[in-house]
Write a protein that binds this ligand. Structure first.
Ligand SMILES: N=c1c2ncn([C@@H]3O[C@H](COP(=O)(O)OP(=O)(O)OP(=O)(O)O)[C@@H](O)[C@H]3O)c2ncn1[C@@H]1O[C@H](COP(=O)(O)O)[C@@H](O)[C@H]1O
Length: 204
């Protein structure tokens, strides 16, 4: 990979993203040596600007960042590194250096759940309810989405807010399973909604 280390005293910023949840975890800097070590060990090593030395994230805490992929940006001077983190990333104990992202934005959890359900689809582990849905087939999965939607609207009309959220969650989980069975993702639905957020869309 061609990386332009020349711009900032031989350093490039490296954005660290959780490969599963897509949360941005932290930002660090790498020089060529740190980058090479990262590639070689498959664990993130930064160049510490305050200590002027290489710093393998996790060397004291044990919370290593295991590399999934490394991408260069459009002008070769910023890295996006997707990782599987071993434990919390921030020295303050939170998942990210900006606090607990999933808590701040639970919508990010949908992406994580979609990945998790896709993994169930690939591995089909025994004893999993999700596996049983995949085994039961398309009609059963579609029927469950319909049933849960009906339960949600009943709660909307006659129930409490808490019951509505509970049943809507059942519906969304079953919809994600149904989408997975068709090779689709909840992000495909979000992208369609994003497309519709256009003043001219309804005129099509
Ligand atoms: N979010 C869910 C989730 N929401 C609802 N459900 C299940 O969906 C079913 C809801 O069906 P019903 O309310 O109709 O209850 P039921 O009468 O038992 O269902 P049926 O026998 O009529 O099908 C229950 O068995 C719930 O446990 C879920 N099962 C799993 N998940 C997620 O999927 C992950 C993987 O689950 P497993 O594959 O089971 O390990 C979990 O860690 C969760 O994150």
């Amino acid at each position: 990979m061609e990386i332009d280390f020349g711009k900032m005293n031989g350093l490039v910023p490296a954005i660290i993203q959780d490969a599963s949840t897509k949360n941005v975890l932290m930002l660090g800097f790498m020089n060529k040596e740190a980058y090479d070590k990262t590639v070689e060990t498959k664990k993130v090593t930064f160049y510490s600007r305050s200590r002027n030395c290489l710093w393998t994230k996790g060397e004291t805490s044990g919370n290593f960042l295991n590399i999934v992929s490394i991408e260069n940006d459009c002008d070769n001077d910023t890295l996006l590194i997707k990782v599987n983190p071993e434990g919390p990333v921030c020295h303050k104990g939170t998942d990210t250096c900006w606090g607990e992202s999933n808590e701040k934005n639970p919508l990010l959890f949908l992406t994580f759940l979609q990945d998790f359900i896709n993994k169930r689809h690939e591995e089909m582990p025994e004893g999993s309810y999700t596996t049983s849905l995949f085994k039961d087939g398309l009609n059963r999965m579609a029927q469950k989405v319909g049933e849960e939607a009906l339960e949600a609207v009943i709660e909307a009309v006659n129930g409490t807010d808490e019951r509505l959220v509970y049943e809507a969650s059942d519906m969304l989980y079953h919809l994600i399973v149904l989408l997975a069975s068709k090779g689709l993702r909840i992000e495909d639905v979000a992208a369609e909604l994003q497309k519709r957020h256009d003043p001219n869309w309804h005129k099509h």
